[in-house]
Design a protein around this ligand. Structure first.
Ligand code: KG4
Ligand code: ZN
Length: 351
């Protein structure tokens, strides 16, 4: 008779930027509960994230969210097997809020505290869907801080294939949105405006599309939009057309580079993760072009594209199952890593 698998339940905490996310993930039953508090309204007034305000709001929100999430999951804290938290990269003060709560609670409960790499959590998040994509796969990680193509051979086996040389794709969306006078956060606002515009009326460059490698560049696109913007007063339809062309240019570059990565590695499975992965035009273009090349594409559910606690709890559960963590948690002495490259995440997570 085969033994039933052990049900390990992980509490996940995300506080790397402007979302307080908490979740409970069971290795047998899947995601039991997740909650999210977005600070969008808090920062909107400033047109971007104010780090100190972000930290203070995490302090206010995190503990009540942990209690609420455990209650929704029907879990006693004493039944938690481990606490996973985003240890970096991100805003130092914001990271410290999640890290200190996770470490202190783990110490009190005598369970491991798992330091999760934020990008690892993003890139593993499509595995929460079923059927889950299989290793190896190419991950396109496109968020406000990163634009990278990674070869993912398994949990902790990440090789960087290419990345942006300047702005991240999400950053380019945000900056261009600001230029066009749209609200914060810029990505969704620009995508909404682009839906009413016609790509092709303006002609923006497709930076580095033909560079022959897998690196990218997005800062020139923003400058090209600025040039159009300064040339003459733009009517609302002009702005929508410019937004549509900008979105098309970013999508074409990301799709071109992703398929080039699939081609050069011979890997036929792509996963898309990070906030820009919520962009519907990017998804439509990628699905269309990938199908022509016989490449499968997987996305996390829309709500788990942008920052959330579920992906952190899930990455923690995978780490726990793989035994890739410090076995003796010891006293809660820890650091966060505001800058942290993903390829070294495997080693650091088990420090
Ligand atoms: O992954 P994420 O939530 O946070 C980071 O780790 O950066 O990504 C946030 C980024 C922001 O730049 C935001 O403008 C962008 O993702 N974003 C979008 C969309 N939704 C979020 N960009 C384009 N289209 C969207 N629908
Ligand atoms: Zn993120």
């Amino acid at each position: 008779m085969s033994k039933a698998p052990v049900d390990s339940t992980v509490l996940g905490i995300e506080t790397s930027c402007d979302e307080t996310g908490v979740a409970v993930y069971s290795s047998v039953r899947g995601l039991l509960a997740h909650t999210l508090h977005s600070q969008v309204e808090l920062h909107a007034h400033y047109g971007g994230v104010v780090p100190e305000l972000a930290s203070r709001d995490h302090v206010r929100r995190l503990l009540p969210l942990v209690h609420l999430t455990l209650e929704r999951a029907g879990m006693q804290r004493t039944n938690i097997a481990a606490i996973a938290y985003t240890a970096g990269p991100g805003l130092a003060g914001a990271l410290l809020v999640g890290a200190s709560l996770a470490q202190a609670a783990a110490y009190a409960l005598k369970v491991p505290a798992l330091a999760v790499h934020h990008l690892e959590a993003h890139l593993l998040s499509p595995l929460m869907s079923s059927p889950a994509p299989r290793f190896p796969f190419i991950a396109l990680l496109v968020s406000g801080g990163h634009s990278q193509l990674m070869r993912v051979g398994g949990i902790g086996d990440y090789a960087l294939l290419g990345e942006t040389l300047d702005d991240a794709a999400g950053e380019a969306f945000d900056k261009t949105a600001k230029l066009l006078g749209l609200g914060y956060p810029g990505g969704p606002a620009l995508a909404q405006l682009a839906a009413t515009g016609r790509p092709g009326r303006y002609r923006l460059p497709r930076p580095m599309l033909a560079s022959g490698d897998l690196d990218m560049s997005f800062s020139g696109l923003k400058t090209a939009v600025l040039t159009e913007f300064r040339a003459r007063a733009l009517a609302p339809q002009d702005k929508a057309d410019l937004a549509a062309e900008f979105q098309e240019a970013v999508a074409e570059v990301l799709v071109g580079k992703s398929l080039a990565a699939a081609h050069s590695t011979g890997i036929r499975q792509l996963v898309v993760a990070g906030g820009v992965g919520a962009n519907q035009r990017l998804r439509a273009l990628l699905n269309e072009k990938a199908a022509l090349r016989n490449v499968a594409v997987a996305y996390p559910p829309l709500e788990f594209c942008t920052d959330n606690g579920a992906m952190v709890a899930f990455a923690g559960a995978l780490r726990l199952a793989a035994g890739s963590f410090a076995r003796d948690p010891g006293p809660p002495v820890f650091t966060v890593k505001p800058r942290w490259d993903l390829e070294s995440a495997a080693a650091v997570a088990s420090e």
